[in-house]
Design a protein around this ligand. Sequence first.
Ligand code: FES
Length: 114
Amino acid sequence: MIGDWIDIGPLSAIPSRGARTVPVAGGEEIAIFRTGDDAVYALVNRCPHKQGPLSQGIVHGHAVACPLHNWRINLASGEAIGDDKGCVPTIPAKVDAGRVLISRLHAVTSALAA
Ligand code: FES
């Protein structure tokens, strides 16, 4: 339904294999990732290990390596990969006509729950 998604700008504003951040009023910042094959994912910008800024990590495939201690986080699920255990809230995200959209409801509730 129109109105359930927040337009956060053009896909071209996010570097390939990189991220940009979106502030959330009263909540935690959200990181929007763009993979090499132009998929987008939105996660709370906080590593489940020690709150590292995931948006500054390096994207490999559909995962990001945290810049602090190199945990790898699955961008789709928010879960740590391998032996590491932890999960960061994810927010539904999509690209429509070259614009990046994130779920309004999930953005608010994930930020509040984080
Ligand atoms: S804070 Fe992300 S790996 Fe330690």
